[in-house]
Design a protein around this ligand. Structure first.
Ligand code: F6P
Length: 342
């Protein structure tokens, strides 16, 4: 069997460990050959490939990014895109694809499976917003990076008795902000799922100033104030219709400065959260998902996504996994309330 592998969407620590797990399992246990498709779905559409074998993947367990590169190409938005994938796979003798990606990449994998192209999916995203899996790899790394950043911001915030607003990635799901905010002892956590009242945030920060204390406010890039809109970088959208977010941290800091009269700074963590080596947790999860993806492709179990449920790697329909985003339940958010402003 010849299996093509691709990585789509925003990169994420652990992608290379998935590739390594799949290639090692598929080569050693099943005698398969592998081929890498570069730049997400652009690779199979345009026939852009790279070799992928036992030796090439040897040291990939701890490497951030993706050796296959990535893009946000959508074959269903490219004229003749799906037929081109079919043709290129046939010419290259590729029987199946392992697509490693988030809701967009896996949504395409689901449609391609319906269109007769054999796909197996592996969930990746630092946002942790895919359904049917307890965690996605990359999330743990991103939360650790954000938590370390908050730890560092605390000592400087304390020294100046100042409020620092930290803007954390997460378009529609606040998982990273929730976890990093809790782990880093933030005094206010603002997530996309729950509209925030900026007046309340100002009061919380002021009450800490009154006690001679600094504050950290953790805000998701997609958080929205009551009666407000998402803060956009510009009006452009990508091939999956996503807008670029950014600016809510500055806005909140500005409001706190105006409301308290104390100069407040905003720090945007941005892509530092996606870069660098994966944590041990993400390396293990990614490796196990890769191994299971090779097994699923071998068994012809297409249209499935590998998922973590409890401590087991299971296979779930791509359709169920991509049906709706997994957002933070309000009860999880309310747990944090006890720390706000205190
Ligand atoms: O989906 C993952 C993610 O990192 C989001 O948290 C973020 O909004 C988005 O990708 C940014 O991606 P890019 O800068 O690559 O367009």
């Amino acid at each position: 069997m010849r299996i093509g592998v691709l990585t789509g969407g925003g990169d994420c620590p652990g992608l290379n460990a998935v590739i390594r797990g799949a290639v090692r399992k598929g080569t050693k246990d099943y005698g398969h050959e592998f081929i890498g498709f570069r730049y997400g779905w652009k690779g199979p559409i345009e026939g852009i490939t790279q070799p992928l074998n036992w030796d090439i993947v040897e040291n990939l367990y701890d490497q951030g990014g993706t050796i296959l590169r990535s893009s946000r190409t959508n074959p269903y938005k490219v004229e003749g895109g799906v037929d081109a994938i079919r043709k290129n796979m046939a010419e290259l003798g590729v029987d199946a694809l392992i697509a490693i990606g988030g809701e967009d990449t896996l949504g395409v994998a689901k449609k391609l499976t319906d269109d007769g192209i054999n796909c197996v999916g592996v969930p990746k995203t630092i946002d942790n917003d895919l359904g049917e899996t307890d965690y996605t790899f990359g999330f743990d790394t991103a939360v650790n990076i954000a938590t370390e950043a908050i730890d560092r911001l605390w000592t400087t915030a304390d020294s100046h008795e100042r409020c620092i607003v930290v803007e954390i990635m997460g378009r529609h799901a606040g998982w990273m902000t929730l976890h990093a905010g809790m782990a880093g002892g933030a005094n206010a956590v603002l997530i996309p799922e729950v509209e925030f009242d900026v007046k309340q945030v100002i009061e919380q920060v002021q009450s800490r100033f009154d006690q001679g204390k600094a504050s950290i406010v953790a805000v998701s890039e997609g958080a929205v104030s009551k009666g407000g809109d998402m803060q956009l970088k510009d009006g452009e959208t990508d091939a999956f219709g996503h807008v670029k977010l950014g600016g809510v941290g500055d806005w909140v800091a500005d409001q706190i400065t105006k409301g308290t009269g104390r100069e407040t700074r905003a720090v945007v963590l941005g892509h530092t959260q996606r870069g660098g080596p994966p944590t041990a947790f993400d390396r293990v999860l990614a490796t196990r998902l890769g191994i299971q993806a090779a097994a699923a492709a071998t068994e012809g179990d297409f249209g499935k996504m590998m998922a973590l449920q409890g401590t087991d790697i299971v296979r779930v329909p791509l359709e169920a996994a991509t049906a709706e985003l997994k957002t933070v339940p309000v009860e999880r958010y309310e747990e944090l309330g006890v720390f706000f402003g205190s």
